[in-house]
Each structure stands twice: as C-alpha cells, then as structure tokens.
Design a protein around this ligand. Sequence first.
Ligand code: PRP
Length: 183
Amino acid sequence: MDAAHMGADLEKVLITEEEIQTRLGELAEQIWADYEGKDLLLVGVLKGAVVVMADLMRALPGTAPMDWMAISSYGSGTKSSGVVRILMDLRTDITDKHVLIVEDIIDSGLTLSWIKTNLESRSPASVEICTLLRKPEVAKVEIPVKYVGFDIPPEFVVGYGLDYDERYRNLRVVGTLAPHVYS
Ligand code: PRP
C-alpha cells in the first residue's frame, strides 16, 4: 500500500520508502561487518517487526538465520507496562549465539528492556538491538541500542509494520494519521 492509497487517512509522510530502504542498506552493511565470523541470529518480535525483518535480512550481504517471539503486555492491559508475557518463544537455543533483536519501534523502551534481559538470561554470546524507529523523547528506561534507523518525534506513527488497530501495517512509508481516523 502506497501513501496515495491512504487517501484522506494519511496526515503526512514522515519517512519515505526510499529513505527507509537506503537506511536499512547502511545498517545491514554495518551489521555484517560487526558480526563477521560470528554465529549471528536475528530475532524478530511479532508483529510489527515483520516488515523491517524482511527488508533488513535481504539487505545483508550474506546469510543469517532468524527466529521469532510473540509477546503481550501483562497486568495493566495497556502496552508499555514493562511487564511482558511470552506468547510464543524462540525455537532456537541461543546459548553462545550472537543475538540481534530486530524491532520496528522503541517508544518507552520497556518492552525491549524486558526482552533483552530475558534473552540475556539464556547464556547467549551477546544480545544487541536493531530498531528502525526510536522516540528518544518518550524513553522511560535507558536501553543501549546498537543500530537505529531513525529517531523520530513523539507522534503516533503507522506504516512499515506499525499499526493502528491492526491496520496500515502494509503501508510502504512511515506516516501519521489524520485525526478523523481516530474518532
Ligand atoms: C510495539 C513495538 C515494540 C513496542 C515498543 O509493539 O513493536 O514491541 O511496541 O513499545 P515500548 O518501547 O513503549 O515498550 P506493539 O505492542 O504495538 O505490538 P505489535 O508489534 O504487534 O504491533
């Protein structure tokens, strides 16, 4: 789905398809150089990371396996409570592996902080994070992120894997929604 297919639902495009692909290409080159000769495993977090994983892994100048986790916020029922429940765990034993978590966005950082701690308890060689988007102004925890595509302002964004009520994940760009969509 292109921006043009959004009609009046799209307020503005924040990051174009070309900008995303260029940046992912740069990150892929950097990741490949950093992990050369290492046992790298890409770990995606469903569902938002599906699109970035698909493009990032194909931009790598070599091959690496991937695995997936599905999680849900626990307790408050709202996202970003920081307490997480694993709905689907990795199939891979990550002992001695270099794990790179691939995410679409870091808002508060609470989800990733929990996942990173959880994975680190499984004796991997290392755990690092790659995210397409980050909102530094709303971070609630300091979390070291090795690879960041774009820092963005604290606006609600959709597209490129990110949804509003499960819609717009298939939009090729990252953008904001017009106010009428929410009402
Ligand atoms: C998004 C995103 C991260 C999390 C970031 O997932 O993929 O996992 O929120 O938020 P935080 O930094 O404030 O913890 P979401 O819960 O929207 O699920 P989804 O990937 O299925 O859309």
